[in-house]
Ligand binder design. Structure first.
Ligand SMILES: Cc1cc2nc3c(=O)[nH]c(=O)nc-3n(C[C@H](O)[C@H](O)[C@H](O)COP(=O)(O)OP(=O)(O)OC[C@H]3O[C@@H](n4cnc5c(N)ncnc54)[C@H](O)[C@@H]3O)c2cc1C
Length: 489
């Protein structure tokens, strides 16, 4: 008889672990405290608008393909992908507006406009970036790091040197490009990783290959359609998934998992996988003496940013934007510093605007669905006054750069920020993204899959290797379930 596995959290981490474990024959039960599955990828419906509350970029499509292929399925069996073209629009602080096209030749021309010999430089940069991506997929991402010995592997070190993983993204990009704009286009993707280009290994220039070579895709029905796809896959293989159920305590006996106390009573389990926030699980669901890490450990960790999110519905189309848009401020180092060095609300932030209603049916006819994401530090003060002032500031700024009168045309406005991340997802310090991908928080240095003190307790999701983003947490579950199978299978 296979063991029974109890999973806390139906984010992408919990759902992918459930599907994989159920396929291997484990008896799987998943609970989530919220009413919807998908974790950070919830849906907000208001006055005819449907907002994707979290993820909006379908990154690393090959990782999704590989995940579904384990089950003999394709993504298309669960959701339809649409290619977005142009990829996105950039608004620069000097008033310049540029589109990043969806074809590589067009992107080369853009770089030629941005700086001398830009296309040639980009070709060389992307050659390295795509080599890095392949190597990362083949050798770095889909594996477990248990000890220093794992990174002492000669071939891995050799590959690591080739991958330039020992310098920062910023210095790596600066070796190729001189113009601030070109550099910003190649570095903005670090925000996806909850990291600063000044403190992230150059390995992550793989994101430029993801951005330019793999294309920008949108799942019809939004990201919750992807979550529902994962949910269906898990259910088809026998997993039982319940929403609106809170995990209150992981019950142990003599250092071994016995089950989980939930808001619907006690459930026995041989194995518990927590997809809930790692810190929250350690500090709130298990006894002090059974914790793997103390407060000092957590105080030293660099957390990924939180976010100041606006969900805006307008009664008129915003003609100046595309599906994906970025505003890039000139001195963006200052913005990264307000996230990672002197935590405070950024005064001149770079930010992201998405309008899914350009591609999908997410707003009433003639209206626009506008999602705004300003990365901010986690753990800083969040209150009504700060929210009101900051949303006014951002809306005024957007009205100016987009030449659209938001004040007069706004039908819906909702704010989601630090306190909501804590309330909705039990997120440590209200981080939107979990543990940042800083140098000493990558690969071996991410948090372990298994508890150091409790046998049978495991973790999946954005705190573990390989890290942040839906593809990464999916890989996290693949590596975890394989290693559970090695122990218990
Ligand atoms: C605004 C935003 C934009 C993003 N954009 C992108 C993007 O464009 N592309 C991309 O790939 N990624 C993006 N990400 C990152 C991505 O969403 C996350 O990395 C990923 O969803 C994390 O999944 P997870 O399963 O680890 O955690 P979560 O999604 O947080 O899931 C954990 C689940 O555990 C549940 N839980 C917590 N405590 C309990 C408890 N006590 N009992 C029961 N359940 C509990 C929570 O309710 C939650 O549902 C974005 C994130 C945010 C916030």
């Amino acid at each position: 008889m296979k063991k029974n596995i109890f999973i806390i959290g139906a984010g992408f981490g919990g759902l992918s672990a459930a599907a994989l474990a159920a396929k291997k024959g484990y008896k799987v039960r998943v609970i989530d405290k919220n009413q919807q599955v998908g974790g950070r990828s919830q849906v907000l419906k208001k006055d005819g608008f449907t907002f994707d509350m979290g993820p909006s970029w379908y990154l690393m499509p090959d990782v999704f393909d590989r995940f579904f292929s384990y089950f003999g399925k394709q993504t298309g069996d669960y959701y339809k992908l649409k290619r977005i073209s142009p990829n996105y629009r950039l608004f620069f602080e000097d008033g310049g507006v540029r589109d990043v096209p969806s074809d590589i030749e067009g992107i080369y021309s853009l770089f030629d406009e941005l700086e001398n010999n830009g296309a040639e430089k980009l070709k060389k940069f992307l050659a390295v970036s795509s080599y890095q991506y392949r190597t990362a997929i083949d050798k770095f991402l889909y594996r477990k790091y248990d000890s220093l010995l794992d990174v002492m592997d000669f071939q891995l070190i050799k590959d690591g040197i080739k991958l330039n993983i020992f310098s920062s993204i910023d210095s790596f990009v600066n070796k190729y490009f001189d113009s601030v704009k070109a550099r910003q286009i190649l570095e903005y993707t670090m925000v996806f990783l909850g990291a600063s280009p000044y403190n992230t290994p150059a390995l992550y220039s793989i994101m430029s290959h993801v951005d330019f070579d793999l294309g920008v895709w949108y799942p019809e029905g939004g990201f919750n359609a992807v979550a529902k796809g994962y949910e269906s896959l898990a259910k088809e293989h026998g997993a039982n998934i319940e929403t609106g159920v809170n995990a209150l305590k992981i019950v142990t006996d003599k250092g071994r998992v016995r089950g989980v106390e939930t808001s619907r009573g006690f459930a026995e389990a041989d194995i518990v996988i927590s997809n809930a926030d790692y810190y929250f699980t350690e500090m709130n669901l298990i006894d002090r003496e059974s914790r793997s890490f103390d407060e000092n450990f957590w105080n030293r960790k660099i957390m990924g940013p939180s976010a100041f999110l606006l969900y805006i519905g307008t009664d008129k189309k915003v003609e100046t934007i595309l599906h994906h848009n970025l505003y890039l401020a000139e001195n963006w180092k200052e913005h990264f510093d307000t996230i990672f060095k002197q935590p405070s609300m950024p005064s001149n932030p770079s930010y992201y605007i998405s309008a899914t209603s350009k591609t999908d049916d997410t707003a009433p006819g003639g209206c626009e669905n506008v999602f705004v994401l300003v990365p901010i530090a986690s753990g800083i003060e969040d209150n009504e006054k700060i929210r009101a002032e900051y949303s006014d500031k951002i809306i005024k700024h957007m009205s100016k750069i987009l030449k659209f009168d938001f004040e007069s045309h706004m039908k819906v406005k909702e704010i989601f920020s630090i306190n909501d991340f804590m309330r909705e997802y039990n997120s440590y310090k209200g981080t939107a993204l979990g543990l940042s991908h800083a140098f000493m928080q990558t690969a071996l240095f991410r948090l372990p899959y298994g508890s150091k003190k409790i046998k049978g307790l495991f973790y999946t999701g954005h705190y573990t290797h390989p890290g942040i983003g839906i593809p990464m947490v999916t890989i996290s579950s693949e590596v975890l379930v394989d290693s559970i199978e090695k122990i218990y299978g």
